[in-house]
Design a protein around this ligand. Structure first.
Ligand code: BGC
Length: 720
């Protein structure tokens, strides 16, 4: 259909029919009114009438091809204009085949695999009848107390932007009409949801516009540059106004400045939440503010359907605002081909073929291997082939390794570590004991674990947070492992045997009581459906750990937020003229995190040569090239992620001490030398000035190259 036809259709719709397109209801609403015509359950509670459902535009959370086809068919029979429903759901890191959580995917620094994971997630979703996924989540994160850091790829705007693009590409492909096994992407949560004060979910966000533009906005913009069809508002305030009512942010920045003309959906209940936020007295004001801000779809509250008719009739809201929102929704339905093919990819046969297929699981395995970060290794890993091992801890035999937002992921399908490790080590070489639960344990469990450990040469502890301890509404103020697990580590460490800890969790942890007590630490995150297989292969050395942290691990929670791309302050620690006391520092903790951004070990070692610059002067027309030789000095093949950082020594406004500008992955055989080559141009040195203009400043820049953001060699050049 073209726009003329859409406008014709909109012209034929009543005001109520149009407004109903703007409501999104969850699946139970489509189960219909009772035989006696009674409205009960969620419809009654929300004041939703049968005709609102009949005319509604989209549904949240349906999955299963047969069911989706039936719901769509029934809907089309009833809807007076034959407008199909959009089916939307949160397919965040897999549909049934679950990939590692996005924070883990970030640590892979592997854009191809990230794209593939979204493509597979989209395929499984599309054949089950879904048209839109509420992903990618690209909120920049600095505070591990916030449970939703597991949904983000981390603390760096450049890397987050690359991942945002990869996820959108994988999800949407090139043509949603033709590729019915892709789905539309919805980037979220716009904007700056990741900056919730004190890491408490839904809490206030208050950032300067410069800070927003420098750090928080680039990844959303990148997703849109890649053609992302939808945007979701965030729950938080942006400069004092909740995102869902924020005209400056939505109409100003998103629509006018960035030119976004796709569908903007509120987060769940966020329109009605304008009332407790304190910017609307009642549902009418909430609807007024949200439609004025440009929110097209109200998710799961009914302010629009209840209040917009009267707001339009009284002349307070221009009907054109409603028409505009309906038009965007119809256009999206058309892009997805729903007018010609309302069932789109929904297909029970394909569902049986592709969902959780071997091919999909292999991709999940590969990404789980590539997302696992080796944080410490003092000679324990890989496990020696002849060693007898004990696997101990609440995650030894647990299927709770998929992580939050695992749509149709099933814990019972997950490859568990005990089984995978036993298969690989062979008969009689592994004993398994739980030791304790995630948050509590018994003396009996402990004794059993000590007995298992007593008979082993090496102990692998499988520890962590269960999946309810992170994710939405999963904030914690203490980000250590639960005490019972710390006690277990202490008791096992007393045996004096080599110990490796594998951690399953959704956030950077305070590793007191872990890092200092064991010989090796493997950060498995929530590795997904094939997690056990991937971790077991890493433990025995059949696979090499190659991931690098994309979020700093704090020394302790008191340092939070702690991130690599911070400013220097006027009294930095370690300056040649620094005083003993009056510098920016803690009296009781270092300034640096325990493990910095970019950090991760391999089973081999790499040696870096000095970075060489093609010139020590750069101009707008002549970029410079930076090369660095890296040699694999160990006995095994391995992958090194060579990282390039830049510092603008003196800007018009203060600049971060380091900013990632590029990285290169080198796969090197033992003894092999490779060269990482980076091109750096003036464009990459631009930043937002005090008047928000985006440009570079001439002057001196430092360059840092190394295996992480801390252990680098430097050089410098001048921009003229
Ligand atoms: C979350 C969103 C999600 C939505 C729909 C909300 O609570 O914040 O990320 O997309 O629910 O499930």
């Amino acid at each position: 259909m073209d726009n003329q036809q859409f406008l014709g259709l909109i012209g034929k719709m009543t005001l109520e029919e149009k407004i109903a397109q703007l409501v999104q209801l969850a699946a139970p609403f489509y189960e219909g009114v009772s035989d006696e015509g009674q409205i009960t359950g969620p419809m009654e509670a929300m004041g939703i009438t049968d005709s609102m459902v009949t005319n509604s535009g989209s549904i949240l959370g349906y999955a299963g091809a047969a069911g989706a086809i039936a719901v769509q068919e029934a809907h089309l029979k009833k809807n007076p204009h034959g407008i199909p429903l959009l089916f939307m759901a949160d397919i965040v890191h897999g549909f049934r085949t679950i990939f590692p959580v996005p924070l883990a995917i970030g640590c892979s620094w592997d854009l191809e695999l990230a794209e593939k994971s979204s493509e597979i997630a989209a395929r499984e979703a599309a054949v089950s009848g879904i048209h839109v996924t509420f992903a990618p989540m690209v909120d920049l994160v600095r505070d591990p107390r916030w449970g939703r850091v597991m949904e983000s790829t981390g603390e760096d705007p450049y890397l987050n932007s690359l991942f945002a693009r990869a996820f959108v590409r994988g999800t949407q492909g090139d043509n949603l009409k033709e590729e019915v096994e892709r789905v539309a992407a919805c980037v979220k949560h716009f904007a700056a949801y990741g900056a919730a004060e004190a890491g408490r979910d839904y809490n206030t966000v208050d950032l300067s516009e410069r800070q927003m533009r420098e750090y928080y906005l680039p990844a959303y913009k990148a997703a849109l540059d890649e053609g992302c069809e939808m945007v979701m508002t965030s729950f938080n305030t942006v400069d004092g106004i909740p995102a869902s009512a924020n005209e400056k942010l939505m109409r100003g920045l998103l629509r006018e400045e960035w030119g976004f003309d796709g569908v903007l959906i509120s987060d769940w209940g966020a329109v009605k939440e304008l009332i407790p936020h304190g910017v609307a007295e009642d549902e009418r004001e909430a609807a007024y503010r949200a439609i004025r801000a440009g929110v097209d779809i109200e998710m799961m509250t009914a302010c629009y359907v209840h209040e917009l008719p009267e707001l339009v009739r009284s002349g307070r809201v221009d009907e054109a605002l409603v028409d505009e929102a309906v038009l965007r929704i119809l256009q999206l339905k058309d892009k997805l081909g729903l007018f010609e093919n309302p069932h789109r990819g929904a297909n029970p046969e394909r569902e049986a073929e592709v969902i959780f297929s071997r091919e999909h699981r292999d991709a999940a395995y590969e990404l789980a291997v590539k997302s696992t970060v080796l944080l410490k290794n003092e000679g324990v890993l890989p496990l020696r082939p002849e060693a007898k091992a004990a696997l101990i801890g609440p995650f030894a035999s647990s299927g709770d390794i998929l992580g939050p937002w695992s749509w149709d992921g099933r814990k019972e399908d997950a490859v568990k570590l005990d089984r995978a490790l036993a298969e690989r080590l062979g008969e009689g070489r592994l004993t398994v004991a739980e030791g304790c639960g995630v948050e509590s344990g018994t003396e009996e469990q402990l004794q059993e674990a000590l007995a298992a450990a007593g008979g082993a040469d090496v102990i692998v502890l499988a520890l962590g947070e269960d999946s309810d301890m992170s994710g939405e509404a999963g904030s914690r103020s203490d980000i250590r492992l639960p005490q019972v697990q710390l006690d277990l580590i202490a008791r096992i460490a007393e045996l004096g045997k080599p110990v490796a800890a594998v951690l399953f969790n959704g956030r950077p942890l305070d590793l007191h009581g872990v890092y200092d007590r064991v010989d090796a630490v493997v950060e498995a995150w929530f590795p997904g459906s094939e997690g056990g297989a991937a971790i077991a292969d890493i433990l025995i050395g059949a696979a090499d750990p190659s991931a690098r942290l994309t979020m700093s691990f704090p020394h302790s929670v008191g340092q939070v937020p702690v991130y690599y791309n911070h400013y220097n302050t006027g009294r930095p620690q370690g300056a040649p003229d620094a005083q003993v006391r009056y510098v920016s520092q803690y009296l009781d903790a270092p300034n640096e995190p325990l493990l910095p951004f970019g950090f991760g070990l391999s089973y081999t070692t790499f040696e870096y040569g000095a970075p060489a610059l093609s010139s020590d002067e750069m101009t707008a027309e002549s970029p410079i090239t930076i090369t660095v030789d890296v040699t694999n000095t160990g006995a095994r093949a391995g992958i090194e992620t060579v990282q390039l950082y830049v510092r603008d020594v003196a800007g018009e406004v203060v600049r971060p001490v380091r900013e990632l500008k590029g990285y290169a992955k080198l796969e090197l055989a033992p003894g092999e030398r490779g060269t990482a080559v980076f091109t750096l141009s003036e464009e990459q040195l631009r930043y937002h000035h005090s008047d928000l203009s985006f440009k570079s400043d001439p002057g001196r820049f430092e360059i840092f190259v190394g295996p992480n953001s801390r252990d680098t060699s430097n050089a410098s050049f001048k921009l003229i």
